[in-house]
Structure formats: C-alpha cells, structure tokens
Write a protein that binds this ligand. Sequence first.
Ligand code: UTP
Length: 225
Amino acid sequence: MIIVISLGGSVITPPEPNKLEMVAAAIKKVAKKNMVFVVVGGGRTAKEYIEIARGFGSNEVCCDLMGIDATKMNARLLISALSGSAYPEPPLDYRDAKKVMEPGKVIVMGGVSPGYTTDAVAAILAEYVGAGLLIKATSTDGVYDSDPKLNPGAKKFDKITPEQLIEIVIKTHMKAGSTSIMDPVAAKIIERSKIPTTIIDGNQPENILHAVSKKHNGTDVIESE
Ligand code: UTP
C-alpha cells in the first residue's frame, strides 16, 4: 500500500535526537511493507520566524515562504535520521516526489507553495500518488468537537466524516503559521479524493504503526456507509 504521513512540525521541533530516532524507527518499520511518503511540518521553527517577520511588516506570502523553508530544513533532518532508508533529497513538488518513487526508499518532503500548510501538501500528494492511507501525526490525539486545550469538556471523535471535519476546521484562520487540527484545504482534498485518513498523536511515534494496523486510539476520517 502507498501511505502518506503528514508529520506535524510540533512533533519534531525543537529538534531532539532521541525523539527523531524514535519517529524514524517507526517510519522505517512501516516502510518495510509499504511505499511511504512523509511531508514534514515547520513546527516551532516556522512559527518563531513567521512571528518575527510579521512584526517587521512582512506580508503573509513572505511569512508562508519562510514557513516553507523551515519545513524543508525539518525534512532534511528527518532524512538524516532515516539515513540510508530515505531518498536523499526532499522533492520540490508533487511531480518530483512521484518521479523518485522507489520501493524501500522513504520519500521525505516539506512545503510546496504559499497559502496552505503541509497537511494540504500531504493530502494532495496522497491523491496524486494514489495512497491507500493518509496519516496525520500531530500533537493532539485526534479530532475534538472543540479545542481540548481551551475546553476541558471537549468530546473526541473515534470516527468522523470528511464533511464533519470540514465543518470543524473551516473556522481556522488562514494566516501563516496558524494552528488547528487540520488545514481546511487538506480537509477539502480529503473530501474530494475520499482518501481514508487517520489522525493520531505523533508524540508517541509507535502510534504511526498503530494507525497502519488500524489499532490506534486517534480519529478516522471516513465516508459514512
Ligand atoms: P506547517 O505545515 O508546519 O503548518 O507549515 P502548521 O499548521 O503550523 O503545522 P505544524 O505546527 O507543523 O503541525 C508551517 C507554515 O509554513 C507555511 C504556512 O505559513 C504554514 O503555517 N507553508 C507550509 C506554506 O505556505 N505552504 C506549504 O506548502 C507549507
């Protein structure tokens, strides 16, 4: 199966060797039996640079471009952690990523163009390469009906339809570096492509394996029967 993982920058920044090793080990295990693409987020690095640049008056596209650079740096770091198991360069776009597809090699990339986030990149890539599963590994353990950090009574979904996901994320701000469970562009792509999607807590990297074996405790985004 082809699997695309959207690895939240929040999981791997600030960079920490042991954590990166654990994430890389989980990805390598999945890659033994599957063709794996990983799209890496910018995390704290992106947010810090964007905030300072915005303070200097940079427009949102300039901030997005800075965020993209951070995602690429994180992609290179994960490639280092994966050592020989990864294609050595982060592809610059979807076509390049598909071109270098090779059994046994994990392909790791960052952002592509301003206006969206690496969630959307992962969803577009998943549609383009015909992935059977899209995994979002982030710092929340699934999709809630409201932000669990702000509302302790928030209810977590085991399962949700793409339409419900869109309803939840559509209120998200479109600004560079903004945080939400998923980018609305990604949610719309998931809706149109019908890619089975699983959202898990990436801070426990073994959850990536659990998402593949369907024994996870995150949220599945699937069409209702
Ligand atoms: P992320 O994908 O990391 O955004 O890209 P995020 O939602 O902050 O996710 P986490 O925290 O990693 O989970 C960082 C920023 O880079 C820009 C956007 O400004 C985004 O917020 N970006 C990224 C783009 O403009 N285009 C891309 O293709 C990717």
